[in-house]
Design a protein around this ligand. Structure first.
Ligand code: MLC
Ligand code: AMP
Length: 484
């Protein structure tokens, strides 16, 4: 017993010879290999000066090393902070200031983040160095309420905030989902998600570890890779875009997917039509679940009972859900309580206070209703947020950057329906005078500051923004008038 809560819960029980991970172009890893590499990486992290409680930032391309570094950082008693590989130097600079890390893990080729780290005096090390062969170190004791990770999520003020996740938060969700979704040592999960978000990092990886299952680990989502590797898998987790793209590909037939046990969707709404079309084409009813960075997973459709399209199912065991201030149709704000919920935002007590009710419920910012069977449906959002292909974009963050550009008087950023991504980012811009700037100039300027998935795919130039009597921009009018 090492008494490192997450290590003990997720990395101790599997037999050494049991297979863990296979990634195209790399040697397969058994659970014994995984444990050995994690213990070696703990020693490397300690030699690099990482102490318990330190933050370790990590912006690297998806690779098995990324998983080893997540587990080793937590094993070293430190706090893992994964970063989207698309973040620009300006964005990294903010995370370096806010997280105040002792180490930044970067691929050798990533210059912009390296420059930011030099300015902030943060040591940089490559994943190759940290995962090289070497002596092992024992996991550092950590209790279940110690922090394991901080995941940054953007906010309505335009500034990202770090959601703190404890060992206990992650363990409770891993155990709940492993049981609920019936993962066992017979399973092989097809992993095509990025590993800098809750979905690909915690939901997928921790469920596989919790079950002692296998993972087929793809560097990125692609239909050819899916068609090639799915025959050896039993389950897949994805965002709705994965499933709508599969629907457009004749290779994913009922016969080709007959061996699959489970398809899970989350991170963004799965349209009922997509659910029905997927079932018609493949014979599989996608199991939709609902979660958030701050809360891990909250609800899931059942494995055995009806998987109802357009709903996100029932609360996970130990998770409580309520609808705050329901209107006459029963629709209100979704609030959550349970062992899955963050203790708050990193060094941000104001945001933490704002995000919990006085009686301790976490306010998701999503609007929902619960039907007679107890199934939750998400019907809208109280927060001004665009979800594009499973990535969240807070309009404020983009508006602040557009408004600062020469020739721009003001802007409004909003989501429009998009057949592939669910929603796409759009902007309405008012210029200081006609022709003061143009779309290409705005997009080029944003590229220095914002990851590309946040950059508007369309920009409309207006003479004024539609506002209500309170002076608030009416984004619904922009969406309705200038949608898709
Ligand atoms: C990529 N691009 C996107 C984008 N993904 N733009 C908008 N929205 C997206 N989601 C941009 C790239 O920056 C690039 O821009 C261009 O599209 C092509 O990049 P790509 O990598 O080839 O894109 P593609 O294969 O189309 O990626 C789509 C995708 C990917 C759906 C496969 O976005 C993806 O893996 N999404 C998963 C997100 C995820 O894991 N979310 C979980 C969050 S956790 P340019 O300008 O360079 O051409 C969470 C909690 C929960 O929400 O409940 O799970
Ligand atoms: P993130 O901040 O990236 O963790 O995204 C969390 C948000 O994604 C939630 O607050 C929801 O708005 C949305 N979300 C996650 N899963 C679903 C789902 N199954 N259906 C609709 N929205 C979802």
């Amino acid at each position: 017993m090492t008494e490192n809560a997450l290590f003990d819960a997720l990395l101790q029980s599997q037999a050494d010879a049991d297979p863990f991970l296979e990634a195209p172009g790399t040697s397969p890893l058994s659970y014994g290999d995984l444990r050995c590499k994690v213990l070696q990486a703990i020693a490397h992290l300690q030699n690099a000066g990482v102490a318990p409680g330190d933050r370790v930032l990590c912006q690297i391309e998806k690779s098995p090393e990324g998983l080893i570094l997540y587990l080793a950082t937590v094993g070293a008693g430190a706090i893992f902070v994964p970063l989207n590989t698309g973040y620009t130097g300006a964005e990294i600079d903010y995370f370096l200031q806010d997280a105040d890390p002792s180490l930044l893990i970067l691929d050798a080729s990533t210059q912009h983040a390296r420059d930011a780290a030099t300015v902030r005096g943060v040591a940089v090390v490559s994943p190759a160095t940290l995962t090289a062969e070497g002596p092992e170190a024992a996991p550092v004791p950590r209790a279940s309420d110690d922090l394991a990770a901080i995941l940054y999520t953007s906010g309505t003020t335009g500034r990202s905030k770090g959601a703190m996740l404890t060992h206990g938060n992650l363990i409770s969700n891993a155990h709940a989902l492993t049981g609920l979704w019936r993962f066992t040592t017979d399973d092989t999960l097809l992993h095509a998600l990025p590993i800098f978000h809750t979905h690909g990092l915690f939901v997928a990886t921790n469920v596989v570890l919790g079950a002692g299952a296998r993972m087929l680990f793809l560097p990125a989502f692609g239909l050819d890779a899916l068609a090639e590797h799915m025959p050896r898998c039993t389950a897949m987790m994805g965002v709705p875009t994965f499933y709508t793209r599969m629907l457009s590909d004749p290779r994913f037939t009922r016969a080709a997917l007959a061996h699959m046990r489970l398809f899970i969707s989350g991170s963004a709404p799965l349209l009922s039509e997509s659910h029905a079309a997927f079932e018609r084409q493949t014979g599989h009813a996608i199991l939709e679940r609902y979660g958030m960075t701050e809360t891990n997973m909250i609800t899931s459709n059942p494995y055995d009972g009806p998987r109802i399209a357009g709903t996100v199912g029932l609360p996970l065991p130990d998770v409580s859900l309520r609808i705050a201030s329901p209107d006459e149709h029963g629709i209100g704000g979704i609030e959550v309580k349970g062992p899955n919920v963050t203790p708050g935002y990193w060094r941000n007590p104001e945001k933490t206070d704002e995000s919990f009710t006085e009686d301790g419920w976490f306010i998701t910012g999503d609007l929902g209703e619960i039907d007679a069977r107890g199934y939750l449906s998400i019907v809208g959002r109280q927060k001004d947020l665009v979800i594009s292909g499973g990535f969240n974009i807070y309009p404020k963050e983009v508006e602040v950057q557009i408004d600062a550009l020469p020739g721009v008087q003001e802007s409004a950023v909003y989501g429009v329906a998009h057949p592939d991504l669910g929603e796409a980012v759009a902007a309405a811009v008012v210029l200081t005078e006609p022709g003061a700037t143009d779309e290409a100039t705005i997009v080029a300027a944003l590229d220095d500051h914002l990851a590309r998935y946040k950059i508007p795919r369309t920009i409309r130039f207006l003479t004024g923004l539609p506002r209500n009597t309170m002076g608030k921009v009416q984004k619904n009018v922009l969406r309705d008038g200038y949608g898709a």
